[in-house]
Design a protein around this ligand. Structure first.
Ligand code: PXG
Length: 462
């Protein structure tokens, strides 16, 4: 029997899952006790589980299914490419049309002179590439001591040793001796949690100035790059104050350090432009991409670098770096079809002109709930901060994430996939979402918050 299409009852699948499957970012014992939710199919913005429940997927999978589920065109693109050339590598002076076409397409789409692409299969791999690439770049320019990469606390750049080191997740660093040497972190521009009595604009400047202080501390001749997400995603959809990015750009320019925009979440329409750096008005020399480039239908990631960076790399002999699946032809073919759909169906215009303004208005209404201290959105990413005291922007008197988890559970039970990051709730729906679907999303989000509110009151947390 084909267990995938003709599956056994839910409890049997859960038992098999618990017996053999180690899940990412999961407490295995708790999961085995509760049993995993089994997702069996999806269409548009709706997931269906093995018991036939339907859920509105306000996370677009894991921030990636930009064009929504169920697009046969991508299946057809994969099938055609698999039949013609399922695999070949791009090492040893070889190439193939899917990699050629996708590099050229990305060079067209990326802003400024970002016009060369190094392929990987994920955001983590791409950021590992970036670590090696920027150090190799500076060595090629006769400055091998420029090694340090500055990042931010509560940033997420991946889960491999290198990319998790770039990330600023304390819990990840605590497991396995991270970060690696040569990575330093500054504060995140999270006004709600860290802004104290400063107004958001002053706080934005103060956070950016930390970059300057760190560069001066190490010495400009030691610092290779600064990496940041235009808007932190996994950190809780933290939208920086408007003063932040212009000041960061000024500092990067002044001290001649490379700016790496990690566009793994922000790229491919999420912010209402092709890339988050365009929304933020910054000029990175390198962008990390993954997720939305294929809408998650197949794994693909990589680094887009400027003409100047590419020239230096190309003039520096062999770069001893690459992955078996760098430029995988099937993933590239699927990416090209995905980009065609985003462009021809004008999905970025849909986000910018229809979905984001509508979400922004409806989402802001959630701030009227007594337990919501902040409700903010940019493009189609949004978050809200749960708090027992709005005026003080206070945290709950419970381990971080206790109320957030409760809210997430209520959300799932009410037919909405909404995530929690500590006690912030986050969403990032497919770009195709309609105003009517946004109404359902916000209604279910309110119900989930309200359910968690009732529970928090009973527990004496409010
Ligand atoms: N950079 C950013 C900005 C990301 O959000 C990565 C790099 C790593 O990409 P890969 O493809 O290696 O996973 C990411 C991934 C969450 C969550 O819980 C977020 C991500 C991955 C898994 C979980 O929000 N982002």
């Amino acid at each position: 029997m084909n267990l995938i299409f003709n599956h056994p009852p839910t409890d049997e699948m859960q038992a098999l899952d618990a017996a053999h499957h180690l899940h990412p970012f999961t407490d295995g014992e708790k999961l085995a006790h509760a049993g995993a939710r089994v997702i069996t199919r999806a269409n548009g913005v709706i997931l269906t589980d093995s018991d036939g429940n339907e859920l509105l997927d306000a996370m677009a999978g894991l921030w990636c299914v930009n064009i929504g589920y169920g697009r046969d065109e991508l299946a057809e693109a994969a099938r055609a490419q698999m039949r013609q050339l399922p695999y070949y590598n791009t090492f040893f002076h070889t190439t193939h049309m899917p990699a050629v076409s996708l590099s050229a397409r990305l060079a067209d789409l990326a802003p400024g002179d970002l016009d060369h692409f190094f392929f990987a299969s994920s955001g983590s791999e791409a950021n590992d590439t970036n670590i090696r690439l920027v150090r190799h770049y500076w060595a090629a320019k006769g400055k091998p001591e420029k090694q340090v990469i500055i990042s931010r606390e509560n940033a997420y750049h991946g889960s491999s040793v290198g990319s998790a080191s770039l990330g600023g997740m304390a819990q990840m660093h605590a497991q396995g001796g991270l970060p690696i040497p040569g990575v330093a972190h500054i504060s995140e521009p999270n006004w709600f949690a860290l802004g104290g009595d400063l107004d958001p604009d002053e706080f934005g400047i103060r956070c950016a100035m930390e970059l300057e202080q760190k560069i001066v501390e190490f010495g400009e001749d030691k610092v290779a790059a600064f990496i940041a997400e235009p808007v932190q995603g996994a950190g809780g959809v933290i939208i920086p104050p408007k003063t932040y990015w212009p000041e960061i750009q000024r500092i990067c320019d002044r001290y001649e350090i490379l700016l790496i925009a990690d566009e793994v979440i922000c790229g491919f329409g999420r912010t209402g432009e092709w890339f988050g750096c365009q929304t933020m008005g910054i000029r990175p020399q390198i962008m990390t991409i993954a997720k939305g480039v294929t809408s998650g239908y197949l794994p693909l990631g990589g680094s887009i670098v400027s003409a100047e960076v590419a020239d230096v790399l190309n003039g520096a002999g062999e770069f001893f770096h690459g992955y078996t699946y760098s430029g995988h032809p099937v993933a590239c073919a699927v990416a090209l079809e995905n980009l065609r759909i985003i462009e021809e169906e004008r999905l970025i215009e849909h986000v910018r002109d229809v979905a984001a303004p509508y979400l922004s208005e409806k989402w802001a209404g959630l701030a009227e709930h007594p337990m919501v201290g902040e409700a903010c959105s940019l493009g189609l990413m949004a978050s809200l901060a749960l708090t027992p005291d709005k005026a003080k922007r206070a945290a709950f008197d419970a381990p971080k994430g206790t109320v957030g988890l409760r809210c997430r559970e209520a959300s799932f039970a009410g037919g909405l996939v909404m995530r929690h990051v500590g006690d912030r709730m986050v969403i990032s729906p497919p770009l195709i979402i309609t105003p009517a679907e946004i109404d359902v999303l916000v209604e279910r989000a309110w119900a989930a918050i309200d359910s968690a509110y009732g529970w928090a009151k009973e527990e004496g947390l409010i």
